[in-house]
Design a protein around this ligand. Structure first.
Ligand code: ACO
Length: 384
């Protein structure tokens, strides 16, 4: 069809673009039938617990796992970019302390687009995008930690030399050197959420990139998309749901209430997976271990009861956000920050997709089937 023709009234409308294959990608495969997630050829089961986020972010952006020397250089580049620049710090401190963390993060990333050190924020060459990506992947956890510290009325902590990506985040947010179990748990969380095909936020980033707009605009828009409760904010809503339930005995009444009110169970259901989200079993196992180590298995057991009860009542599978909630809670991360944690992880995937889109792009511009009135005659203002 000629792209400027209006869609035929008989055109099939795929609401939510369900089932539409919008483009090719070699970054990740979301196999809904087999419930598998592949990053650049590696099943996530191969990577989780074995490759750190630094390695996986390199894999997603560069297309292959790094050699030892490449990893050392990549890690050094990330570490060199982690500290908040004074202008960014000043911006964060000027914003209302209680503002929504995702709104602050969106503003901060947008600000990076006008404070790029090299003064080429709008530069769209692949080399420039790669440099911006390193800067943004490194800075996002520092921004999120700063948001958390400011919300708690605590001084902002600079990153600590020698700590990895996940460890440094925990250090900057919570202070004190984090224990190994916590670092491994957060690292696995970051790895598992690093990319996921053409999900809403990634597709948003690619749509912006397809207009030849700049990296920061694409990432800012992606954050806005992730912020919604049907996407990234489901982890936060899932924790609020667990908190509302409060105890094992309240699980069944909660399920019945939710069904009666025709509300959704947050952290359940998925557009693509026809069975359980392949990330969920890993997150569940980690949450269980953290709960046991903390001597506070309650949030895990409520989650498990709820998973079973929702399955019995509605045959719904859990998605990535469900056990992310108890996992992040056990790490001591405040619930309001949960969706920004998702953004920290997804920064690698978004960046890889911006690079892929920019390297071989075609303007993303679907059609709409117009269903409004036609042939109306203009009525002058004083006659309406
Ligand atoms: N709770 C209750 N019912 C649900 C849920 C849920 N979590 N998910 C789907 N359903 C039901 C719907 O009510 C609908 O039933 P109906 O046909 O009787 O009306 C049916 O399943 C299909 O739902 P859709 O909304 O059409 O499915 P879609 O593919 O558009 O939705 C989505 C996928 C948005 C993820 C949905 O499952 C949902 O709202 N889940 C809760 C929010 C959530 O967890 N989001 C995170 C998703 S993963 C991610 O983005 C990281």
């Amino acid at each position: 069809m000629n792209p400027i023709e209006p869609a035929s009234p008989h055109a099939e409308v795929r609401r939510g673009l369900e089932g539409v294959v919008a483009d090719k990608t070699s970054i990740s495969e979301v196999d809904g039938q087999r419930c598998q997630l592949i990053y650049r050829g590696y099943h996530i089961d191969e990577l989780v617990g074995r490759a750190a986020y630094e390695e996986v972010s390199f894999l997603l952006l560069q297309g292959a796992l790094p050699t030892r020397a490449q990893l050392a250089e990549w890690t050094a580049q990330l570490a060199a970019a982690t500290a908040l620049e004074p202008t960014l710090l000043a911006l964060l401190q000027s914003l209302p302390r209680r503002a929504e963390p995702m709104a602050i993060l969106r503003t901060a990333i947008s600000f990076l687009g006008i404070s790029d050190d090299a003064g080429d924020a709008a530069e769209v060459s692949l080399e420039a995008i790669r440099r911006k990506a390193v800067r943004t992947i490194a800075l996002t956890p520092a921004i999120v930690a700063a948001i958390g510290r400011m919300r708690a009325g605590e001084p902002i902590l600079p990153p600590k030399a020698g700590l990895g990506h996940a460890a440094n985040f925990l250090y900057m947010l919570l202070g004190g050197e984090p224990n190994r179990q916590a670092v491994e748990a957060l690292d696995a969380y970051f790895v598992l959420l690093a990319d996921h095909g053409f999900n809403a936020s990634t597709f948003t980033a690619r749509t912006v990139t397809s207009t030849h707009s700049d990296y920061y605009s694409a990432i800012t828009a992606a954050i806005g998309s992730l912020k919604g409760p049907l996407h990234g904010a489901a982890n936060r809503k899932a924790m609020e749901m667990l908190t509302e339930i409060g105890s094992d005995e309240q699980v069944e009444p909660y399920v019945q209430r939710t069904l009666a009110d025709h509300k959704r169970f947050m952290g359940f259901g998925h557009r693509v997976y026809k069975g359980e989200d392949p990330r969920a079993k890993h997150l569940k196992a980690i949450a269980k271990r953290l709960g046991e180590a903390a001597g506070e298995p309650k949030w895990f057991t409520i989650s498990e009861r709820l998973q079973e009860a929702v399955w019995r009542a509605k045959k719904l599978y859990i998605n990535v956000d469900f056990y992310s909630a108890s996992l992040l809670h056990y790490l001591g991360i405040p619930t309001e920050l949960f969706t920004t944690m998702f953004a920290c992880a997804r920064m690698a995937g978004w960046s890889a997709h911006v690079i892929e889109e920019a390297s071989d792009s075609r303007l993303i511009r679907p059609l709409a089937l117009y269903v409004g009135p036609r042939d109306l005659k203009f009525v002058p203002l004083d006659q309406r």
